[in-house]
Design a protein around this ligand. Structure first.
Ligand code: HEC
Length: 119
C-alpha cells in the first residue's frame, strides 16, 4: 500500500502533462468535428465547440473531457489502445486512436483554454 502512494499522489500532477501535446492531439483528432480556437474549421452539426464547452456554466465539462472516449458518440469510433477490444466502427467514420497517456495532455490543453477564455 505504501508503495502505491507516490503513484497516487503524482498521477494527475499538472507538470507531468503537456499542453502543446494536448493541443496537437485536439487538432489531429477532434478538429474533424469540433471547432477548436485558433483553428479555422467548421464543426460538424451538433458537435459543441471547445470554446462553448470550456466556458459552459455547467460544472461538468472537465469531467466530460476526462472520459469523453466513453461518452456518445465517441465510444463508437475512439479506440483507446490500452483497452482490449476495438469498437466496431460504423461505416464512414475514420477511427481515432488514442492512449490513456494522452488524456492528461488533453486536459492540460483544455484547462489552459478555459483559463484563457474565462478571463
Ligand atoms: C466524428 C465526430 C467527433 C470527433 C472526431 C470528436 N467528437 Fe467530441 N463530440 C461529437 C459530438 C457529435 C458531440 C455532441 C454529443 C452530444 O451532444 O450528445 C461531442 C461531444 C463532446 C464532448 C461533450 C460530451 C457530452 O456528453 O457533453 C466532449 C468533452 C468531446 N466531444 C470531446 C472530444 C475530444 C477530446 C475529441 C478528440 C480527441 C473529440 N471529442 C472528437 C463528435 C465528435
Amino acid at each position: 500500500m505504501i508503495l502505491l502512494l507516490p503513484a497516487v499522489c503524482c498521477a494527475g500532477h499538472a507538470s507531468a502533462a503537456d499542453r502543446a501535446l494536448g493541443e496537437k492531439l485536439a487538432v489531429e483528432h477532434c478538429r474533424r468535428c469540433h471547432t477548436i480556437p485558433g483553428e479555422s474549421n467548421m464543426s460538424i452539426g451538433n458537435s459543441p465547440s471547445f470554446k462553448a464547452m470550456v466556458t459552459s456554466p455547467a460544472g461538468d465539462w472537465r469531467y466530460k473531457f476526462e472520459v469523453f472516449y466513453a461518452l456518445r458518440p465517441h465510444a463508437s469510433f475512439v479506440r483507446v489502445m490500452e483497452f482490449r477490444s476495438a469498437p466496431e466502427y460504423p461505416l464512414g467514420i475514420a477511427p481515432v486512436a488514442i492512449s490513456l497517456d494522452d488524456i492528461p495532455n488533453l486536459l492540460a490543453y483544455v484547462d489552459a483554454l478555459a483559463a484563457d477564455l474565462r478571463k
